[in-house]
Design a protein around this ligand. Structure first.
Ligand SMILES: [Zn+2]
Length: 93
């Protein structure tokens, strides 16, 4: 299962992938959402990806953030993060 999340991560890294193309490895829904959080100038941070149907997801730390990917800055208030990323159940290897 975790391997499927890694494949999903590769899909997300591909700028041609649309959100609706991402299939949840846990429940099969096309309801994966993701968000980069990081340093806005260095564009280094982490990626959270989760399923809005079954509320499972994966946290990837220390990733580069593509130039065109929307990010939440470490400088943004916590409320921004809390409003954007749900408290999902983390799938681990
Ligand atoms: Zn799911």
């Amino acid at each position: 299962m975790f391997q499927d999340w890694l494949n999903l991560y590769k899909q997300i890294r591909d700028v041609r992938t649309k959100k609706g193309d991402l299939i949840c490895p846990e429940c099969g829904s096309s309801s994966i959402d993701f968000q980069y959080v990081g340093d806005a100038s260095e564009r280094i941070g982490y990626l959270d990806m989760w399923c809005t149907t079954c509320n499972k997801g994966v946290h990837h730390s220390r990733v580069s953030i593509p130039a065109d990917a929307p990010l939440i800055s470490f400088d943004d208030p916590d409320e921004v993060l809390v409003a954007r990323i749900p408290n999902f159940e983390q799938v681990t290897a």
